[in-house]
Design a protein. Structure first.
Length: 178
């Protein structure tokens, strides 16, 4: 069984561990891509935020995705993002990141949306009972528990942080780890 407090703490910790790699990204390079590295920084923030929001839906008991705040998200066709909101289809599973800055929020907004998703997931986990976290759910074609899904989402954030490290190197940004 998962301890909701510890699991929520781990979700919150993933924010600082992920965002440390934001240093050096700004509105001029947030959609920069490199050979063999298609996931740019803005796409990655939105993709992780969307995934965490969908996981929060599961943790609180929904089996289907719920409506997201229209201040942060638009349900479009992958081209409807703007300087303040992500289009869910532009950052969803199997979406293709494009180097068109007009389709993604400015970096400060993208970071706010990512932080809001961390807060939403961590709060949902902290308020969940161990029974809720033990509930079997479907995710990505397999069966898991809500608590194991949260652990998987934390790992997912880490995988994408690793991709950002590779992107930083390819773009010539300095190391942030010392």
């Amino acid at each position: 069984m998962h301890d909701p407090v510890s699991l929520a703490h781990a979700v919150r910790n993933s924010q600082a561990l992920f965002l440390r790699y934001a240093e050096g990204f700004d509105d001029t390079n947030r959609v920069s891509q490199a050979d063999g590295l298609r996931n740019h920084f803005s796409w990655t923030l939105g993709h992780c935020a969307l995934t965490m929001n969908r996981a929060a839906d599961v943790v609180v008991g929904f089996n289907e995705p719920q409506a997201l705040p229209t201040t942060d998200w638009v349900a479009g066709d992958g081209t409807a993002g703007d300087p303040s909101r992500y289009d869910t289809e532009s950052v969803g599973y199997k979406s293709e990141p494009v180097p068109n800055a007009s389709r993604y929020p400015r970096l400060d907004r993208a970071t706010e949306i990512f932080r809001a998703a961390i807060d939403r997931l961590a709060s949902a986990v902290a308020e969940a009972s161990p029974t809720m976290l033990a509930r079997e759910i479907q995710w990505g074609g397999s069966t898991t528990t809500a608590g194991d899904l949260v652990s998987r989402i934390i790992f997912h954030n880490g995988v994408h942080a690793g991709q950002i490290i590779d992107l930083r190197r390819a773009l010539g940004l300095p190391s942030v780890t010392g």
